[in-house]
Ligand binder design. Structure first.
Ligand code: UDP
Length: 451
C-alpha cells in the first residue's frame, strides 16, 4: 500500500502569557483545519494547559528556558523580553535542527509572536519561511514604528511641551503624541530598545495580525508601507476556531446566574489576565456598582488585588455591597458571557483580545485602560468606532455609578449599542467566504502550499 504523504508542519512560538497564547493557538487550529500539522514550541512556564485534551493533534516541544519565571518578577515584562531574546537564540536553533531531523525537513514555516524575535535567526539559518504574529492592533504596531524612530531622552523632553503633546501623529488620526503607548509599560529606554528590535528584526515573509481591515484600514495601509512585506489581517481569530487554552479554569456557574437576569441589564467586568488593582480602587468600584443598582458579573482573578490572594482580605462591607446585585467569579468563559443576551455592557481594561471579543458580540464598553497599548485601544473604541467611553480620572464611586447609568440606562449607551451592532455585522462578514479575513488566511495557506 502507498504511504500517505505527510502533512507539512508549521512551528508556532507563542509568548507565555494568556493574551498571546490564546490567539496563537486559535491560529494553529485554523491552519490545522487547512491541512497543516502543528508543533508548538514552549518554555518552562505558562504552558498551554491540558494540551492532549484541547489540542490532541498538536505536537508540543519544550525548549530549556534560559530565564526562569522568577526573573519576570525581578526584571519586569519589558526587560524580561529583551533578555529572553538575547538568551534563547541558540536553544531555539538547536530545537529547530532536531525538529528538521525528526520531520525529514518537512517544516513549511515558523510563526512566532512578534516579541519572540529571536526565532528569526533559526528561520534564516535553515532557510525556512517565517511569519511574525501580532496579537495587538495594527495601530499599536504603527505607533511602535513611530516610537522606534524617536529618541527616548529627547521624547521625554519634547513631551514637556504641550504643543508637542497635542501634535497629531502623522497619518495616525486621532492619535496625538501624548497618546503613544509609552505610559505604564516600564522604563522608557527599554521600551524604545524593544520597539527598535521588534521593528529591525523583520526578516519574515509577512506579518499576521489578529485584526480586521474594516476596523483599522488606514493603520494597515501605513504598516504595509513601513514594513515592505505583506500584512495579513485575519482576525478575529476566535471566530475562526474556538481553541481553548486558558491558563485558569472557567467558572461556568455565572452562565446560570446570567440566565436569571433581564435582557441587556448586566454589566460584565473583567480586567484581563495581568492587570492588578489597589484594594482602595476595588472598594470604590464596589460602592459605585452597588449604588447604581444594576446587576453585575465581576471577574476578580486570584492575585489581581495587590497584597491579597483573592478577596478574603477585603472588609466585610465588600461582601455586603456585592451580594445583592452582583456575582463574582475568579475566571469566566468570557466569549460566552459577552454573547449572553443578559449582558448590556463590558467594563474592560481594553486588552486587544477583549476589545475584539466585545466588538464581535456587539457589546458597548466602559474603558478603563492601564498601560499604553490598552490606552490606544480605548481611544479607538471611544473616538474612532464610537462604541465605548473612557472612565476618566481616578476610580471613585460617583464616577462609576455615573458611567454605569450612561452605558446601560441612558440613550447615549443605546446609541453606542446600535453602532456596536453595525460593527459586529461588518466584522462577522469579514470571516465569511470572500471576506477580508477569510481571504487573508487563504493567501497564507496558498503561499505555504506553493513555497
Ligand atoms: N478571559 C477569559 N476569562 C476571564 C477574563 C479574561 O477567558 O474571566 C480571556 C479573554 O477572553 C481574553 C483574554 O482572557 O481572550 C484576555 O486578553 P486581553 O488581550 O484582553 O488582555 P490581557 O490579559 O492580555 O491583558
Amino acid at each position: 500500500m502507498e504511504k500517505a504523504e505527510a502533512k507539512r508542519r508549521i512551528v508556532l512560538v507563542p509568548v507565555p502569557a494568556q493574551g498571546h497564547i490564546t490567539p496563537m493557538m486559535q491560529l494553529g487550529k485554523a491552519l490545522n483545519i487547512n491541512d497543516f500539522s502543528i508543533t508548538v514550541v514552549e518554555g518552562q512556564f505558562n504552558k498551554v494547559s491540558s494540551p492532549s485534551q484541547h489540542f490532541p493533534d498538536f505536537q508540543f516541544v519544550t525548549i530549556p528556558e534560559c530565564l526562569p519565571e522568577s526573573e519576570l518578577e525581578r526584571l519586569g515584562p519589558l526587560e524580561f523580553l529583551l533578555k529572553l531574546n538575547k538568551t534563547s537564540e541558540t536553544s531555539f536553533t538547536d530545537c529547530i535542527r532536531q525538529l528538521l531531523l525528526q520531520q525529514g525537513n518537512n517544516i513549511a514555516c515558523i510563526i512566532y509572536d512578534e516579541f519572540m524575535y529571536f526565532c528569526g535567526a533559526a528561520a534564516k539559518e535553515f532557510k525556512i519561511p517565517s511569519f511574525v504574529f501580532s496579537t495587538s492592533s495594527a495601530t499599536n504596531q504603527v505607533s511602535r514604528y513611530v516610537l522606534s524612530k524617536l529618541n527616548a531622552e529627547k521624547f521625554l523632553i519634547d513631551m514637556e511641551d504641550p504643543i508637542v503633546q497635542d501634535k497629531m501623529v502623522e497619518n495616525l488620526h486621532p492619535l496625538r503624541y501624548k497618546d503613544l503607548p509609552t505610559s505604564g509599560v516600564g522604563p522608557l529606554d527599554i521600551l524604545f530598545e524593544l520597539c527598535r528590535e521588534i521593528v529591525n528584526k523583520r526578516t519574515a515573509s509577512g506579518v499576521i495580525i489578529n485584526t480586521v481591515s474594516c476596523l483599522e484600514r488606514s493603520s494597515l495601509t501605513r504598516l504595509q508601507k513601513e514594513l515592505g512585506i505583506p500584512v495579513y489581517p485575519l482576525g478575529p481569530l476566535h471566530l475562526k476556531s474556538s481553541a481553548i487554552s486558558g491558563l485558569l479554569e472557567e467558572d461556568r456557574s455565572c452562565i446560570e446566574w446570567l440566565n436569571k437576569q433581564k435582557p441587556r441589564s448586566v454589566i460584565y467586568i473583567s480586567l484581563g489576565s495581568i492587570v492588578q488593582m489597589e484594594t482602595k480602587e476595588v472598594l470604590e468600584m464596589a460602592w459605585g456598582l452597588s449604588s447604581s443598582n444594576q446587576p453585575f458579573l465581576w471577574v476578580i482573578r486570584p492575585g489581581s488585588i495587590k497584597g491579597s490572594k483573592w478577596i478574603e482580605s477585603l472588609p466585610e462591607e465588600f461582601s455586603k455591597m456585592v451580594s445583592e446585585k452582583g456575582y463574582i467569579v475568579k475566571w469566566a468563559p468570557q466569549i460566552e458571557v459577552l454573547g449572553h443576551p443578559a449582558v448590556g455592557g463590558f467594563w474592560s481594561h481594553c486588552g486587544w483580545n477583549s476589545t475584539l471579543e466585545s466588538i464581535v458580540e456587539g457589546v458597548p464598553m466602559i474603558c478603563m485602560p492601564f498601560d499604553g497599548e490598552q490606552k490606544l485601544n480605548a481611544l479607538c473604541l471611544e473616538s474612532v468606532w464610537g462604541i465605548g467611553f473612557q472612565l476618566q480620572g481616578k476610580v471613585e464611586r460617583g464616577g462609576v455609578e455615573r458611567a454605569l447609568k450612561r452605558l446601560i440606562v441612558e440613550e447615549e449607551g443605546a446609541d453606542m449599542r446600535e453602532r456596536a451592532l453595525v460593527l459586529k455585522e461588518k466584522v462577522k462578514a469579514s470571516v465569511r467566504i470572500g471576506g477580508s479575513s477569510y481571504k487573508a488566511l487563504e493567501d497564507i495557506v496558498n503561499y505555504l502550499e506553493t513555497e
